[in-house]
Design a protein around this ligand. Structure first.
Ligand code: NAG
Length: 201
């Protein structure tokens, strides 16, 4: 079995090699492909914080920072990267709060789209994300910018915890969470910002 797998693997590697080298000689688009696969400038930063984290990986860091144009010039400036991550968190939490408000509005519409447990969990999340957005706007983002790392870390950890509490509400009520992905993103963005901040100080 193992031999068969190894043989299959080496066959596939050969196939890939030939496909690759064939492409190099024949395809005129090779240069464009190489350019689009350029090493992102945030790779060293993301390798450092993602490699050392149990909360998010290198790929998450690359995708998150890469979604903000400012990261192209951030280089290995951990402070700038932490500001970007904190801003992404604000934007993320704002969108999530709006989504939750929309779901609750639909529930209030009289049709009772969701069961009571789901609605109650959503209300808890509404309050939690409302708090995150309020804190981000009324100081958290500013203390990250101002390199006040103690306060900033506390703020960001509160945001991470809010996302966890939101998800826990659904789990405890044994109902499906309609915001699992959003909670996961907010949690990881907050942890990413914390890790970047730690490296910056
Ligand atoms: C939230 O953050 C994640 C991770 O960076 C990203 O993939 C997603 O597009 C963001 N969503 C919004 C609505 O900002």
């Amino acid at each position: 079995m193992k031999m068969t797998m190894a043989a299959a693997a080496s066959f596939m590697l050969c196939a890939l090699f030939f496909a690759g080298s064939g492409g190099t000689h024949v395809e005129p688009t090779t240069e464009a492909v190489a350019t689009s696969e350029q090493v992102p400038s945030t790779l060293p930063v993301c390798k450092t914080v993602g490699g050392g984290s149990v909360f998010f990986d290198v790929q998450f860091c690359l995708e998150a920072l890469g979604s903000d144009g400012r990261s192209a010039n951030a280089g290995t400036d951990y402070h700038t990267c932490s500001v970007i991550a904190a801003d992404l968190l604000t934007a993320n939490a704002t969108t999530t709060a709006a989504k939750i408000a929309g779901l609750l509005l639909r529930d209030r519409g009289g049709k009772g789209v969701d069961d009571e447990a789901t609605t109650l969990s959503l209300r808890t999340c509404e309050a939690l994300y409302g708090g995150v957005v309020r804190r981000q706007q009324s100081g958290c983002a500013a203390v990250v910018r101002g390199r006040r790392s103690g306060e900033a870390t506390r703020c960001l950890e509160e945001a991470a915890s809010a996302a966890e509490q939101c998800e826990d509400g659904f789990r405890k009520s044994k109902v499906a969470s309609p915001v699992t992905m959003e909670n996961d993103d907010a949690f990881k963005l907050a942890k990413l910002a914390v890790a970047l901040l730690r490296m910056a100080s």
